[in-house]
Design a protein around this ligand. Structure first.
Ligand SMILES: *Cc1c(COP(=O)(O)O)cnc(C)c1O
Length: 389
C-alpha cells in the first residue's frame, strides 16, 4: 500500500494540487512539481517492516509514487552498497568515510533510480513514446526501462557525448539523435519535436517522479547507518535531482518519525570548474543560477549549464549549512584513480569530483576528523575510460 496522494508546486506558488492520475509535467508557474503523500497516515508505517524486503528502492513503496495494486518496473535499482572507505579515509585522517556506490545500479549510474520511477508512472499513464535530453547516463537508464516496458524511447544527446553512451542506448533499442550544443540545446530540440507528436517528456524535473526515485538514496543511508545520519553528504550536482530528492526525503522521514527533527546532514553540491552555475549562485547569495557560458568538463553528468530546479538545490544547500564547490577536471580524474586504486571502486569522474571536494573541506578545516562523511559515487568508470588514457 502507498500513501501517494497528489502533486504540488515546488515553489510553492499557491497553485492548486495536481492530479497524479493524469499526465503532469510542470506547474503552471513553470516550476517542477513534487509528489506528496499522506504523511500523517504514514506515521503508522514502521521501520521494522523493512527487514526482509526486496533489495531495491521499491522497498520504500509506501512513500513511492504507486497506486494500490500497481507493480513497479524494476531492474533491481537501488539498495546499493555503502562502503566503509578505510584506506582513503585513513589517508585523509577520517575514521568514518563512506562511499555510497551508485555505479552498481542497472546501466551503471544512479539515473536508474529516477528513471525506474518515471517510466513506471509513464507506462501506467499509457505513454507510447518517451523522450529525454541527456548528457549520457539518463538516456541509458531511460532506454533500458522503456525497453522493459515496451515503450518507444527517443533520446537527444550532445554530438560530442562519449561513444559508450550512444551504443548503450542503441543496445536497448532507443532512437538516438545527436544535436549540436549542450544538454540544454538537446532539451529544446526534444521539446520542440515532442510537442507536436505528443511524446511524454521525462527531462530532469520536468516530470515529478525522477525525484522520487532519487530520494530513496537518503532512506537507504538511514537504514544502512542504523538511522544515524552522516554529518556530511557530498554529492556531484548537474540537474540537481539527487540533492532535491534527498532533501525531500529528510522532510518526509522527519514527518513520519523515522528521523528526529534537528540537524540534518550538511549537503555539499559539487560541480566542475568550467560548469559551476550552482556554485557561482551560492557564492553570490543568489536564489537562482545563471546560464553558464561555454560549459565544458569530462564529467558528462555535470555538464548542465542551467538547471530548472536550481533554486531547490540552493535551498537545500543553504538550509543544511552546507556549501557548493567547484573541482577541476584534472583533480576529479586524479580522485577517480584514487577510488579505484585504493578502494577497488569503479568511479565516474563525478565520483572523483565528490572525493576531491572532501579534500577541499578538510583542507579548509570544515570537515573534522570525527565527522561521518558520505561521498556519492554516482556512476561507474567504464563509460569514461577515455579520460584515463
Ligand atoms: C546525472 C549525473 C549526475 C548529476 O546528477 P543530478 O542529480 O542530476 O544533479 C552526477 N553524476 C553522474 C554520473 C550522472 O550521470
Amino acid at each position: 500500500m502507498s500513501y501517494f496522494s497528489h502533486l504540488e508546486c515546488s515553489v510553492p506558488c499557491g497553485a492548486e494540487a495536481y492530479d497524479p492520475r493524469v499526465e503532469q509535467h510542470l506547474c503552471t508557474c513553470g516550476a517542477p512539481l513534487l509528489a506528496r503523500y499522506d504523511l500523517d497516515a504514514a506515521r503508522s508505517w514502521k521501520k521494522d517492516s523493512l527487514a526482509g524486503r526486496e533489495s531495491n528502492m521499491w522497498r520504500y513503496r509506501e512513500l513511492m509514487p504507486l497506486f494500490d495494486g500497481e507493480q513497479p518496473l524494476t531492474l533491481g535499482e537501488g539498495w546499493t552498497p555503502l562502503f566503509h572507505a578505510r584506506r582513503v579515509g585513513e589517508s585523509l585522517g577520517l575514521e568514518r568515510l563512506f562511499v555510497k556506490d551508485e555505479s552498481l545500479n542497472p546501466t551503471n549510474s544512479f539515473k536508474a533510480r529516477g528513471l525506474s520511477a518515471a517510466v513506471t508512472r509513464a507506462a501506467r499513464l499509457g505513454a507510447r513514446v518517451l523522450s529525454i535530453p541527456s548528457a549520457g547516463n539518463a538516456a541509458n537508464a531511460m532506454a533500458a526501462y522503456a525497453a522493459m516496458a515496451g515503450i518507444e524511447a527517443r533520446v537527444f544527446m550532445p554530438r560530442d557525448v562519449k561513444i559508450p553512451f550512444i551504443r548503450e542506448c542503441e543496445l536497448y533499442g532507443a532512437n538516438v539523435e545527436l544535436v549540436e550544443g549542450l544538454i540544454t540545446d538537446a532539451g529544446r530540440i526534444a521539446a520542440e519535436k515532442g510537442r507536436a507528436r505528443g511524446w511524454y517528456d521525462v527531462s530532469t524535473l520536468k516530470e515529478p517522479y525522477r525525484i522520487e526515485g532519487k530520494k530513496t538514496m537518503a532512506y537507504e543511508l538511514g537504514e544502512q547507518l542504523e538511522w544515524r545520519f552522516p554529518d556530511w553528504i557530498i554529492y556531484p550536482t548537474g540537474g540537481g535531482t539527487g540533492m532535491v530528492g534527498m532533501w525531500k526525503a529528510f522532510d518526509e522521514m522527519e514527518q513520519i518519525g523515522w528521523k528526529p527533527a534537528g540537524p540534518r546532514p550538511k549537503m555539499v553540491s559539487v560541480q566542475a570548474e568550467h560548469c559551476a552555475p550552482i556554485v557561482r549562485a551560492f557564492e553570490n547569495g543568489a536564489e537562482r543560477s545563471e546560464l553558464w557560458q561555454y560549459a565544458r568538463t569530462v564529467a558528462d553528468g555535470l555538464r548542465v549549464p542551467k538547471a530548472i530546479g536550481d533554486f531547490l538545490v540552493l535551498r537545500a544547500v543553504r538550509e543544511s549549512g552546507g556549501t557548493a564547490l567547484a573541482v577541476s577536471d584534472e583533480d576529479m580524474v586524479h580522485d577517480m584513480r584514487v577510488l579505484g586504486s585504493q578502494e577497488g571502486i569503479s568511479a565516474a569522474p563525478e565520483g572523483g569530483a565528490a572525493l576531491h571536494a572532501l579534500r577541499m573541506l578538510i583542507r579548509d578545516g570544515r570537515v573534522q576528523s570525527t565527522d561521518t562523511v558520505v561521498v556519492f559515487n554516482t556512476g561507474g568508470a567504464l563509460k569514461y575510460l577515455d579520460v584515463l588514457g
